[in-house]
Design a protein around this ligand. Structure first.
Ligand code: 6CS
Ligand code: FE
Length: 296
């Protein structure tokens, strides 16, 4: 007997459609144990994000940076499909699934400062849906246009509900000039279903420049007018935790200063991926995990 999952968040049809969020933002019960203080958790519920000034120490940042540099310089990593290169410079832009190919990032994922925050927000055991290092070198590295990650993870990876949280840990200084993360505070409370069907093998292009799942100018203007835009800056070691449905993006980096980060996506084991809701086929497992083993 095949079980069909109800599509609570329709997207990639013939026109844009807005669906109010039907899921909690914070899934753990009030007062549940965890490293996030109640006031911080309330801020996350309201805004869709929270920041940690120093999630990892400068010496831990140095270890992660050295590992990032090692991976980026490794020709076998560069040749692997997990690596995305900048179209213009051919510099490595991202490497996916670093929690599986690197012990340093595997340790970071299971660090209580990281995984316990994810468990507290998602109210359950968690697994890694996706991890990546973003190098974002200087001198022209391109940014990511406005999007909701959940829109892609629902449409193309088959995540049923909004029970997913991302953490971006800065490995270099995030200045207000070198292409930092921007989020529209509160935008996580409405789902913007985008117009336009998903092309086959969309990921081969979307990880460089997203087209399917891109909101219209009108929708973005309405959202920006309503919510505003927050730019995240901070030292290496700082972190931004944000809900899967935040409308976010980042600009190009034309400064000489790289904006490198490690990006980890935790999904609740209660929200494991099913079949894509709006795509002809699953994406490869290095982008959308199919191993739901909880982080230990
Ligand atoms: O498609 C994805 O899964 C990735 N794309 C972006 C621009 N953000 C989320 C995620 O890493
Ligand atoms: Fe994103």
């Amino acid at each position: 007997m095949t079980t069909t999952t109800v599509d609570a968040y329709p997207t990639r049809g013939s026109s844009e459609v807005i669906t109010p969020r039907q899921d909690p933002v914070v899934w753990s019960a009030p007062g549940a144990p965890g490293p996030i203080r109640p006031t911080e958790l309330a801020g996350y519920e309201r805004d869709g994000f929270l920041t940690v000034d120093q999630l990892i120490t400068p010496s831990e940042v140095a270890v992660c940076r050295a590992e990032l540099d090692r991976l980026v310089a490794d020709p076998t990593v560069r040749a692997d499909e997990r690596s995305i290169v900048e179209p213009a410079s051919q510099a490595v832009r991202s490497v996916f699934e670093v929690h599986r190919i690197s012990e340093v990032f595997a340790d970071l994922v299971r660090d209580p400062r990281v995984v316990d925050r994810a468990r507290q927000i998602l109210g359950s055991e968690v697994y890694v849906h996706q991890s990546r290092i973003n190098v974002k070198p200087g001198f022209g590295a391109s940014g990511f246009y406005w999007h909701s990650d959940f829109e892609t993870w629902h449409a193309e990876d088959g995540l049923p509900r909004m029970r997913t949280v991302s953490v971006s840990i800065a490995l270099t200084e995030n200045h207000d000039t070198n292409g930092g993360l921007m989020i529209m505070p509160g935008s996580h409370r409405a789902f913007l279903g985008c117009a336009g069907a998903t092309p086959r093998d969309n990921y081969r292009k979307s990880l460089r420049m997203q087209e399917a799942g891109t909101p219209s100018d009108q929708a973005l203007t309405t959202m920006a007018d309503r919510h505003g835009i927050r730019l995240f800056t901070g030292p290496a070691g700082s972190a931004t935790w944000f809900d899967c449905n935040c409308m976010h993006g980042s600009g190009d980096n034309i400064t000489p200063y790289p904006r490198s980060n490690v990006f980890i996506v935790f999904n609740s084991v209660e929200n494991a991926a099913v079949e894509p809701f709006a795509a002809p086929a699953r994406r490869p497992s290095f982008i959308g995990a199919r191993d739901f083993t909880p982080v230990r």
